[in-house]
Design a protein around this ligand. Structure first.
Ligand code: PLP
Length: 393
């Protein structure tokens, strides 16, 4: 397994720590600020006039020194031009769509995107005069046939939610670029350590910071990172126009979480591969949907474009096992039942991706369970699975 670049690992430790303005402490403080004070009216007016610019201290909603350090860190990790920290991953998805698709536009959205992103496209974008076409995430360069005269944005996810298909990122980004369309990729699964979509030609990458980046199931925030200054300015202005901002506590937790991202991901990866190794030998298991596993669509693109394997994946069980699969999940003791993922704790949840699709059909032979492999001892996780799988016997 390839590991994160040395430079990225070191950047996680050394970026975002301006200890001169910081009482010499290692960590930045949490900036609890709404009002910011100026010495003169002229100084205030200067800040007001540049309030949309990166790093301007004007009013709490526009960001504080810790927000800017975190944004700079994400910018460096993604090799982008700028980053906006927003209040959730979903906010990052929807604000980027609002920033790059205007009324009258058409947007192309991968059939496998995160459910609430899809709900926003169906319930909000369409109401605001933006038409949406869903596309097969495996379409690659053939996406060019779906571009219309008014297409303004392509939104996709790598890998797709619930079924984990890995699209050909450079091919899709190239189609968008050739047509003058903004490509936006949800890169939450891989974090910048395992994939850097902007280096593959994508214009804008969005992340849920609530997952691996903060990493402890205690924060909610998101990021929009753009490759160009121009796109960064559009995203920042849109988020500020909505009055959206990542909260001070969540910014603190994300800065803290990033410090250990590299070691956490390495452990998640190792334990995940062990669990998959065990799961794939079980007679009740039909298929493993994880980009690092050869069953998974786009496995070859994962090998080409990603540096590692995250701990979120799905397992398709044999047909007729619905009841037993639910009982198996209920029997697990180290795996919690609940939404989100990317924290230190393992999770298991039944999912039904077939209900969302329109551009592709997905007819799994049996029930699907999404697993998040946490930081428990991997052998203990396997023993927990073993004990629960006795339900199938
Ligand atoms: C969780 C998730 C989101 C939404 O993030 P929140 O911080 O929960 O709003 C967006 N995209 C993907 C791929 C996710 O897994």
């Amino acid at each position: 397994m390839k590991h994160a670049d040395e430079a990225l690992t070191n950047a996680l430790i050394h970026l975002g720590r301006d200890n001169q303005s910081n009482g010499r402490s290692v960590n930045l403080p949490m900036y609890q600020a709404s009002t910011m004070l100026f010495n003169t009216v002229e100084e205030f007016e200067q800040a007001r006039d540049s309030r949309y610019e990166k790093g301007t201290l004007y009013y709490g909603r526009y960001g504080n020194p810790a927000t800017f350090e975190l944004e700079n860190m994400m910018t460096e990790l993604e090799q982008g031009a700028g980053c906006v920290a927003v209040s959730s991953g979903l906010t990052a998805c929807v604000i980027s769509l609002m920033a790059f698709a205007k009324a009258g536009a058409h947007v192309l959205v991968a059939d496998t995107v995160y459910g609430p992103t899809r709900a926003f496209c169906d319930n909000v974008l369409k109401e605001y005069g933006v038409s949406v076409t869903y596309f097969d995430p495996m379409i690659g360069a053939d996406l060019s046939s779906q571009i219309q005269a008014n297409t303004q944005a392509v939104f996709f996810e790598a890998p797709g939610s619930a079924t984990f298909e890995v699209p050909d990122i450079p091919a899709i980004a190239a189609v968008a670029k050739a047509a003058g369309v903004t490509s936006i990729l949800d890169g939450t699964w891989s974090t910048p350590l395992f994939c850097q979509p902007l280096t593959l030609g994508v214009d804008v990458v969005v992340h849920s910071g609530s997952k691996y980046i903060s990493g402890h199931s205690d924060a909610m925030l998101g990021f929009i990172v753009a490759a160009s200054e121009q796109d960064y300015a559009k995203a920042r202005k849109m988020s500020l126009s909505f009055g959206d901002r990542a909260g001070a506590n969540d910014v603190f937790l994300a800065l803290r979480g990033l410090r250990t991202l590299s070691v956490r991901l390495r452990q998640h990866e190792e334990s995940t591969m062990k669990c998959i190794q065990w799961l794939k030998e079980q007679p009740e298991v039909e298929e493993i949907l994880h980009p690092a596993h050869s069953d998974c669509k786009g496995h070859e693109f994962w090998k080409r474009d990603f540096k590692g394997a995250a701990g979120l994946f799905s397992v398709v069980f044999k047909s007729g096992t619905e009841e037993k699969v639910r009982a198996m999940i209920n029997h697990l003791t180290l795996f919690g039942i609940g939404l989100s993922w990317g924290g230190y704790e393992s999770l298991a949840l039944p999912v039904d991706p077939s209900s969302f699709r329109t551009a592709t059909t997905w007819q799994p032979v049996g029930p699907i369970v999404r697993f998040n492999i946490g930081l428990e001892d991997a052998d203990s996780l396997i023993r927990d699975l073993e004990a629960s799988f006795t339900i199938f016997k």
